[in-house]
Write a protein that binds this ligand. Structure first.
Ligand code: T4K
Length: 371
């Protein structure tokens, strides 16, 4: 048994004593959920921190995706990426919307805009791209296509907390963006998520939908769901927010260390950092190519034998799961780049508490020093 394995990520935990006053306030107010004071404050603080018009908090990122689709009344077919966490396509499935998978860009691993138009049919109503690893999609070209075909754009921005692109929040692109605040994310509320929306009217509709559709005490305007974030989660978010810049700065240092240590290893490709972007360093993916002495899975196993637990995000592709693989767009001929990336990617540990020596140990193992 390996003691203290190094996982792909570890949540950033602020000092426990700093959380006690928040809990005391909750105990005092006895407001535990349903848009309480912590929830209101966190929404306001996130609007300012993220520099976006409106934030609606959610119990998790998947419910945020489901509600984003519902509020925009998306139906029929939606163009999306197979290279993501399965929740992206599942949100479509839950609304009986057909996902249409389009291949990804070989450099940035996001939906390739050049492939989108060929996948549009009369039933297409929206595009749901993902800013994979927090790296911006080609938002300009995606918007251009959406505008010329009258499609909505919902960004699954689960990984893109705090990312700025060309000097503005990446989250303000498209009609809506959704975030995940799961424990494994740069900013977490244990479980949690949000929809970023452009105006107060849409936010009100979203608020109704996440509270069973109640608009007021006696009016139910739509078949909504219970997707509310509770007060303890929101309080943890308020505390996290005080530390998040420092946490991202440490991630950046780790990213730099990895790049220095792993540069020039034959068969290990380090995907480039995004251009014109203030990035959040949420994942550290590498590609294990055929020139490397081990296969990707071989390296994954070798690291695990030494107590390092990387992850193959995102293998298998969503299009390979049983509920999607029968779709015409799910064939491997349609998705050659996504298949190649999914078969060679390995996400190495990156989180604020990871020590320089641990990064050096991981790099040394990848350099081939296995003893
Ligand atoms: N869209 C995208 C693009 C997403 O990536 C996700 C979620 C969503 C939508 C949906 O958002 P949520 O509904 O989840 O808010 C994890 C997360 O569960 C998931 O949130 C995330 N994406 C996905 C990429 O990763 P797993 O199955 O890999 O998690 P797990 O439990 O294996 O955790 C990974 C490692 O993290 C563990 O080996 C140890 C460490 N860990 C994990 C947890 C939960 C901790 O140290 N502490 C913890 O509490 O899915």
């Amino acid at each position: 048994m390996i003691q203290n394995p190094i996982y792909v990520t570890q949540p950033y935990m602020p000092p426990l004593e700093e959380f006690i006053p928040y809990l005391q306030q909750i105990w005092g107010s006895k407001i535990l959920t349903n848009n309480g004071p912590m929830h209101k404050n966190l929404e306001q603080e996130l609007v300012e921190y993220l520099n976006v018009p409106e934030v609606a908090l959610f119990a998790n990122g998947t419910l945020a995706l489901l509600t984003a689709l519902q509020v925009l009344r998306i139906s029929g077919e939606v163009i999306t990426t197979p290279f993501s966490f399965v929740a992206t396509a599942h949100s479509l499935f839950w609304h009986s919307i057909k996902p249409v998978f389009v291949d990804i860009d070989p450099q940035i691993f996001n939906l390739n805009p050049e492939k989108i138009e060929a996948a549009i049919t009369p039933r297409t109503t929206a595009i749901m791209p993902v800013h994979v690893y927090g790296k911006p999609c080609d938002v300009e070209n995606i918007q251009r296509i959406a505008d010329s075909y009258g499609l909505k754009v919902i960004y699954d921005a689960a990984h893109a907390f705090g990312v700025q692109y060309k000097g503005q929040s990446l989250l303000s692109h498209g009609d809506l963006s959704t975030l995940s605040f799961h424990a494994t994310k740069v900013f977490n509320t244990f479980e949690g998520g949000a929809i970023i929306c452009p105006n107060a009217k849409t936010k009100q509709q979203i608020n109704d939908l996440k509270n069973f559709g109640f608009h007021d005490e006696t009016t139910v305007v739509a078949p909504g769901i219970n997707a509310k974030m509770n007060e303890v989660q929101a309080a943890f978010g308020l505390l996290q927010l005080k530390h998040v810049d420092q946490a991202i700065a440490r991630r950046e240092e780790i990213d730099r260390l990895y790049r220095k240590e792993l540069e020039g290893i034959e068969g290990i490709t380090l995907p480039s950092l995004p251009e014109d972007t203030k990035y959040n360093y949420t994942y550290f993916p590498v590609l294990v190519e055929k020139e490397y002495p081990l296969t990707r899975d071989g390296l994954n196993n070798r690291l695990r034998e030494h107590g390092i637990i990387p992850r193959r995000y995102f293998y298998p592709l969503i299009s390979e799961f049983p509920m999607y693989r029968g779709l015409p767009s799910a064939t491997s001929q349609n998705l050659p780049v996504a298949h190649k990336v999914a078969e060679s990617v390995l996400c190495l540990p990156i989180y604020p508490a990871l020590a320089d020596e641990e990064v050096a140990k991981i790099a040394s193992l990848i350099q081939g020093n296995y003893t």
